[in-house]
Design a protein around this ligand. Structure first.
Ligand code: EPU
Length: 249
């Protein structure tokens, strides 16, 4: 598929669970790849290691690791994404990110060549990595032995905090990255934009960096609200917010 796409000059977009993507309303001029089959969702455990395919869901990974008495992934519980998507965007929460756990990552490059990237090949930053030019196939993460009951307690604690502070209605999670030392949600909140609507989209009353779909939101509705938030924060704080979600034009 990759070589066919390359020959025909069709660009390729890779989708994980789709939870951090805003796709434009009409058609997307690209080949969208989504790894979902058994092979891509495989999970295997070793000594203080988990090897998983890029389609493995983070919640499942955290729960399976817990059952093996392996901790380290608890902070990812509640993020509705796949391992592949999480690695490319270096997903994180509660001051931790998935990049810190990586031992190695198997990727395919645009010519179809498969290689294994190790620490010295990988660059992770806040919600970014140098993986977007590849298709992530699988990864090995470093975990540590722990009491499953303790891991379960930690997962429950993170989920409780998430429920208390974030909006669980349909959304793409935080739409903007946090600017250095600040919270994008708090900045948008201080601009008085909570509850602001555009069509079927609304800036969450609970957390202003979430834009929820009230049922029939279009991508245009979400982008309108993002532009309003961007302009308001720029005017009031002289800060240019950077989108966290991937917008497929
Ligand atoms: N706040 C407000 N008003 C709001 C939202 C937040 O005043 O509408 C305040 C909070 O009260 C708190 C501060 O802003 O004092 C920070 O808020 P919060 O603890 O909710 O964290 P955040 O910075 O908004 C980040 C990540 C989340 C991650 C949480 C928990 C980003 C953009 N967001 O949110 O990640 O789950 O910390 O660690 O980095 C995501 O990436 O999609 C995401 C949701």
């Amino acid at each position: 598929m990759l070589s066919q796409a390359k020959r025909s000059r069709i660009s390729i977009l890779v989708m994980g669970a789709g939870s951090n993507i805003l796709a434009k309303d009409d058609c997307i001029d690209a080949l969208v790849l989504r790894m979902r089959s058994g092979e891509f969702a495989k999970v295997k455990f070793g000594k203080e290691r988990v090897y998983a395919g890029s389609a493995a869901l983070l919640n499942r990974l955290a729960r399976l690791s817990c059952a093996q008495g392996l901790g380290g992934l608890e902070f990812l519980a509640g993020i509705p994404g796949t391992l592949g998507g999480a690695l490319v965007s270096n997903a994180g929460a509660w001051g931790r990110c998935i990049g810190d756990l990586v031992k190695d990552i198997r990727v395919m490059d645009s010519s179809g060549k498969i290689k294994t990237l190790t620490a010295s090949d990988l660059k992770f930053g806040y919600r970014r990595s140098n993986l977007s030019k590849y298709i992530v196939l699988s990864a090995t993460l470093k975990l540590s032995a722990a009491d499953p009951k303790e891991i379960e307690r930690n997962i429950a604690g993170y989920l409780k905090e998430r429920c208390a502070s974030q909006d669980l209605s349909p959304s793409a999670g935080c739409v903007f990255k946090n600017p250095a030392g600040r919270s994008a949600g708090a900045l948008i909140d201080e601009c008085g934009l909570k509850g602001k609507k555009s069509g079927g989209a609304r800036i969450s009353e609970k957390h202003a960096n979430f834009i929820v779909n009230t049922g029939n939101a279009s991508a245009r509705d979400v982008i309108n609200l993002m532009s309003k938030a961007f302009e308001a924060v720029k005017r009031k704080f002289r800060i240019n917010l950077e989108p966290e979600i991937k917008i497929w034009q």
